[in-house]
Design a protein around this ligand. Sequence first.
Ligand code: AMP
Length: 216
Amino acid sequence: MKKNIILMGPPGAGKGTLAKQLKDELHLVHISTGDMFRDAIQAQTELGKLAQKYINDGHLVPDEVTIGLVKERLSQPDCEAGFLLDGFPRTTAQAEALEKISREISREIDVAINLDCDHQELVRRISGRRVCKNCGAPYHIESMKPKQDGVCDLCGGPLYQRKDDNEEALKVRLEHYDSETKPLLEFYSKRGLLESFNSLLGKEQLFDEVSSFLKK
Ligand code: AMP
């Protein structure tokens, strides 16, 4: 079984949704740098104050900050069971740092799962996305409605629209993806670690295909 996993793909490709499904199925630790930053923003920590201005405009948080955060998290004992990195690495410097860190702590990456999705669908998904403020469960105003308007099915928490899920910030996020993150597909392909899946398959079929692959 592959247990040290990177989830890659543009914003809206479904990394977070898939990570939540895989985490339960395979008993892995879900490490989402976006969630870590949003938690820090909510708690108004120094990290949160720093990250906020980048995130709201769709820019990337500086590498040294993000790398330090991930290094600390990956070194914790629970990651021995295996981990799903969701939203990290996003730049070549982050990928190189991850290679070094994972070697140092003997938790080397087994596979980089890439989710392919076309541009038009990404815009549709992001502009209609709603998220639970308590547990982070994702919804969509048309294709993944909660049972009760504005209320999370899982925990009853309120649903909200992320500040960076607007047209302007999304444009910037997609530009960062194309220029800084997409080149990582080649980085992992060269190392024989890249495996791509079609994110248009739908949530359940995508989960089935990826989890069967990871169990091999
Ligand atoms: P996500 O929830 O993965 O879409 O991330 C939300 C935002 O957090 C991104 O648009 C970035 O501003 C920031 N962020 C998350 N992960 C990273 C990363 N690996 N490097 C830099 N910024 C990040």
